[in-house]
Design a protein around this ligand. Structure first.
Ligand code: ACM
Length: 461
């Protein structure tokens, strides 16, 4: 372990440019940093100006013996600059002197949480978000519906949440609950205050058993199906040849679009093993235009690349395989891609064979695996220009508590956050390993149940 003298570059994600002034420090008071947004005060002077050409999220920090100057073109850049200051000030408030100029590699840097397999409350989601924004995550993807539960109120379709969010829902029946539209609005507003865009996902045409249980008229023969709380996938499907399907889908997508100020609406599309390829394409030909009709941009898991993709559709790659011809073709046709390969970014994969939580179908994902990869080199044909960004999904089949969420999220989420924000040629595992170690005592002090990964030389807490 190296000495704990603070260094200006000890930030995650690593900033684009760090010019230390080693002889200089400034000690900031907690009050000067206490506001989440823009602390314009005697210690931190905030200037909104695009003079530095740092873009929508970039910022420039200058730390001198007299105080801090934080410049950005947009309020989001100020907010990210404050996150950097917070990391540097951790502990004693002493800021190392010098200049940081910073801007993200990718515009889309997401974390996903699966509320369907286990529900988490508004307060739990907010607390989780507070930890994510420290690492400059700017999209929160909410997986709201699946076979085991339906977690968002849809007016006119009350049984979705009465049944699909009721007692006994979630994996092992252990994760009941749902968001009312007022709850959802509260999450969206809380996120927006932190420059985070909520990306709602309604998974279809597969992963819909909870909806079929609630409304048997959506099944192929109109007969009821049994609720399921196991972790199997690929058995349920909406019926492509039934008009009831599209009335339901449109009602749901319109509600979600109206409740969501952000530009994206995720329609799932993954693992439709019980939908024929013809039905899958027929279904998507009617559903993929709906987000556009309601002013949104469709995102789907990358299986949707088997269908014709309307302009603006975003493809989210999630499999561990090293190539995908459909995704390659979609990127070549100008469709944007989000990278979340399961063998790198799935926070629910076990760290090692002894990890008590999580799954291992995509292999084990120790911290270095989450860190040491280049999204622009992951799939042939999907280059930097095609990438909207990077996402770290957390599926909740094995999760039962906030501590479980934190255990799988930290320290891997910071690794993926750096993949999404920092320049590829500046990233280095040994450097990340040293920097992430500094967060151990901070997480411990904040009661965050992080995993003390043996790859990291954690200081004593
Ligand atoms: C997925 O993991 N089925 C997107």
């Amino acid at each position: 372990m190296r000495s704990l003298t603070k260094r200006l570059g000890d930030v995650i994600p690593l900033p684009a440019l760090v010019v230390p002034e080693p002889a200089v420090t400034f000690t900031i008071t907690p009050e000067a940093l206490s506001r989440a947004g823009e602390p314009d005060n005697a210690e931190v002077r905030v200037e909104l100006t695009d003079a530095d050409g740092l873009g929508a999220e970039g910022y420039r920090l200058e730390i001198t013996a007299a105080g801090v100057t934080l410049r950005a073109a947009e309020p989001a850049g100020v907010f990210w600059g404050v996150q950097t200051l917070r990391q540097l000030a951790a502990g004693d408030g002493v800021l190392p002197g010098g200049v940081i100029e910073d801007r993200p590699r990718f515009a889309y840097r997401a974390a996903m949480i699966d509320l369907a397999r286990h529900f988490f409350t508004v307060d739990e989601i907010k607390a989780h978000l507070d930890l994510l924004v420290g690492f400059k995550i700017n999209h929160l993807h909410l997986h709201l519906t699946d076979d085991q539960g339906w977690r968002l109120e849809i007016p006119g379709w009350p049984r979705l949440t009465e049944v699909g969010g009721g007692p006994g829902t979630g994996c092992d029946g252990a994760g009941p609950g749902f968001l009312t539209l007022a709850d959802y609005a509260e999450v969206v507003a809380y996120a927006a205050d932190r420059f985070v865009t909520v990306v709602p996902e309604i998974d279809m045409p597969g992963h819909v058993n909870a909806a079929l249980v609630a409304y048997p008229e959506l099944t192929a023969d109109g007969q009821p199906v049994a609720p399921r709380v196991d972790a199997e996938v690929g058995y349920s499907s909406l019926v492509a040849g039934k008009e009831e399907t599209y009335a339901f889908v449109e009602a749901v997508l319109k509600t979600v679009a109206d409740a969501t100020p952000g530009p994206y609406l995720h329609i799932g599309g993954d693992e439709c093993l019980n939908t024929s390829p013809e039905d899958y394409r027929a279904f998507l030909s009617r559903v993929l235009p709906l987000p556009g009709k309601y002013g949104k941009r469709a995102i789907g898991w990358h299986e949707i690349a088997a269908a014709d993709l309307p302009e603006g559709t975003v493809v989210q790659y999630w499999r561990p395989e090293e190539q995908d011809a459909n995704v390659n073709a979609a990127a070549s046709a100008g469709r944007a891609v989000i990278m979340s390969p399961a063998d790198r970014t799935y926070l629910d994969m076990k760290y090692d064979a002894d990890t008590p939580l999580g799954l291992d179908w995509a292999g084990l994902v120790p911290v270095r695996r989450a860190y040491d990869w280049d999204p622009a080199a992951r799939l042939p044909g999907v280059t930097e220009e095609a990438l909207l960004g990077v996402a770290a999904p957390l599926w909740s089949e094995t999760l039962r508590s906030v501590a479980d969420v934190q255990f799988l999220t930290f320290p891997r989420l910071p690794a993926v956050a750096e993949v999404g924000w920092s320049r590829q040629d500046a990233r280095d595992w040994e450097s990340f390993r040293e920097r992430v170690a500094l967060f151990g005592p901070r997480w411990a002090a904040a009661g965050v149940a992080y995993f003390r990964a043996p790859e990291i030389d954690w200081p004593a807490n």
